[in-house]
Design a protein around this ligand. Sequence first.
Ligand code: G3P
Length: 218
Amino acid sequence: MKFFIDTANLDQIREAKDLGVLDGVTTNPSLMAKEGITGKENIINHYKAICEIVKGDVSAEVIATDFEGMITEGQELARIDPHIVVKIPMIKDGVKALKFLSSKNIKTNCTLVFSAGQAILAAKAGATYVSPFIGRIDDVNWDGIDLIEQIVHIYGVYQYDTQVLAASIRNPMHIVRSAEVGADVATCPLSSILGLLKHPLTDIGLEKFLADHQKGNA
Ligand code: G3P
């Protein structure tokens, strides 16, 4: 399973990259705004900065919601760097835009996916990635992992090329469960990636190894 980091924060992207396990980055308009990145030129420069750090797929979301706007913006974003993946919302014009951009060999990530039906449409339209939001599904008392499992199953039956990108991950167990049910990618906050490291027996075991080493070498 590939690991993407879900942030526009350059320090966090560098930290995840330095860990040696980072395959890509996803952003969205909320994450860009959180970093104070506003205005077309600043947004473009920020995507360039991210692409300088990570040599993997970097999702950049369109703001337009009409077909013409999305394909114009999508093509502009794709020109920033060969690693840019154009993020398109799961709406009617979005499906058309996915189809258009994939026919131009531009990589796409269909976002705001909350059902298997939406995931089928994204795959039919040729999306490179589909992003089911598992945390937001859990927030409304449904099961986000069940949806990942359902989509992985359907894509397997029909051998769709679209990769299942588990998004809206909130904790390390979301990553583990996504891996268990066969997600191709998990996009995670840095805290969830680092959370995978944690086990008290590791800390206790290391402390004992080092103490025994000290005793043996005293
Ligand atoms: O980038 C899309 C997704 O990961 C958003 O996550 O935590 O805002 O639901 P969240």
